[in-house]
Design a protein around this ligand. Structure first.
Ligand SMILES: *Cc1c(COP(=O)(O)O)cnc(C)c1O
Length: 425
């Protein structure tokens, strides 16, 4: 065995594949790879050689790095060719952030429109190996969209628990369309999360939230692929929105493994950005104490509306060991940053743009240098939350100024009227 599950806190090991999400002590688990076995073999050139391949396991931006994800046979993999997401260098966004160079790694351009696909290809592959026929998750939307798609592809049943009225139409549409059994829980995400964990403990249903350590193994390929995109030259900062904190944990874990293998000369610093109304990690980081859940998390960026994040220990571990930071931003800052990202021709969902809003705030406070090489991760697609985007441009969001509004103009169906409209500045 070249890997085993290990407790994040007490380090108890559980070798072999089994249905397990937590250590017997109750803490989260990490997949720990035997890096000694892999040292020397896994080099930048080794992964680059796969870029020219037509094999599905090489073309996936997750399974291309499979030795560090999960060693499985090619035929066992459920993949949609996830990853391979573009990196945009936008001068408009860089100007807004106040820095010389801002790269946007657009994880919203994954098959179902968010980075969740990277974790899901691994989670579903593991579920298949375990012989499971039903998978479940609690979700603010993107996890359920992704799980529903990958489960259907693999011939499994999917059950999603979503907080009632708190998920965007685009995401709900995906869960329904891909055929998931969809339970609208009369409560928030945190309530849905504790219910689904209990249900999966009792029934033979496999839990695919990011508490599932194999999800993290897929998501860490964001960092691997980013380095490959940048020809193995690390940015100074990776800036990423934080909700349940699986993604920030994952990116750190991957880069740390790359460091230990000698693929990466130095670790980028991680900046995790939370919404002000859902900021338990920000508070824990600032006050140097354990996380205390936020009772009723509030933000218009529904993907990060999470008060009791499951992976906070793993996330903090990564932030601290890279000399990173946690920042918070208001919904006003998130939506203005989104308007800029959208208008730059890139486009992303609201939560994604917390990264850009956070980078701007950290450059202004000189935590991030204006000459540093910054990479913001855009986590979701611009079409995930059309209602909020339209409401912003129409100036219809309570308590939010539509700083960069681009409202549609009414015009009669008449050539002169149209020409007159176009001549107005
Ligand atoms: C899931 C998600 C996040 C939050 O990621 P965590 O791993 O829960 O911290 C941020 N943005 C989008 C679009 C997401 O779907």
């Amino acid at each position: 065995m070249t890997w085993s599950l290990e407790c994040t806190v007490c380090r108890t090991r559980y070798p072999g594949l089994e249905v397990r999400y937590r250590c017997d002590c109750g803490e989260t688990l990490d997949v720990v790879h035997d890096l000694e076995v892999l040292r020397g073999r896994l080099t930048a050139e080794y992964f680059d050689r796969r870029l020219g391949s037509y094999l599905p396991e090489d073309r996936s931006g997750v399974w291309r790095f499979r030795e560090l994800v999960l060693p499985v046979a090619a035929g066992e993999i459920s993949t949609r060719g996830e990853g391979n997401t573009p990196v945009y260098a936008s001068t408009k966004v860089a100007e807004y952030v106040g820095a010389g160079s801002v790269l946007l790694k657009h994880e919203g351009e994954n098959p179902t429109g968010s980075f969740k696909d990277r974790g899901m290809t691994v989670g579903i592959t593991v579920a298949r190996k375990l012989g499971i026929d039903t998978v479940a998750c609690a979700s603010t939307g993107n996890t359920s969209a992704s799980m529903a798609a990958y489960a259907s592809l693999a011939g499994m049943r999917a059950v999603v628990f979503i907080p009632e009225g708190k998920i965007s139409r685009g995401k709900l549409a995906q869960a329904l369309a891909y055929g998931a059994r969809t339970l609208q829980i009369e409560g928030d995400f945190d309530a849905a999360m504790s219910l689904v964990e209990e249900v999966c403990r009792r029934e033979s249903i496999y839990l695919l939230n990011s508490i599932n350590p194999f999800r993290i193994e897929g998501q860490k390929a964001i960092g691997f692929e980013l380095l490959q995109d940048l020809r193995w030259d690390a940015p100074d900062w990776i800036v990423i929105p934080g909700g349940n904190l699986g993604n920030s944990s994952a990116i750190f874990k991957g880069l740390d493994e790359f460091m230990k293998l000698g693929v990466l000369p130095r670790l980028p610093r991680l900046a995790v950005i939370q919404a002000e109304g859902a900021n338990p990690l920000y508070t824990a980081f600032r006050e140097g104490r354990d996380l205390e859940p936020v009772a009723s998390a509030r933000t218009l960026a529904t993907a990060i509306r999470i008060g009791n994040p499951v992976s906070w220990r793993k996330s903090l571990r990564g932030i601290r060991s890279t000399g990173g930071v946690v920042e918070q931003v208001s919904d006003q800052e998130i939506l203005d940053a989104k308007a800029i990202v959208d208008r730059a021709g890139v486009g992303a969902e609201p939560a994604s743009c917390a990264s850009v809003a956070g980078a701007r705030k950290l450059v202004a406070s000189k935590v991030i240098g204006a000459d540093d090489k910054i990479c913001c991760i855009l986590t979701g697609h611009v079409l995930k939350d059309p209602d909020l985007t339209v409401a912003y441009h129409l100036g219809e969001i309570d308590g939010i100024r539509s700083t960069y509004a681009n409202a549609p103009e009414k015009c009669s169906a008449d050539l002169q009227a149209v020409l007159a409209a176009l001549r107005r500045p």
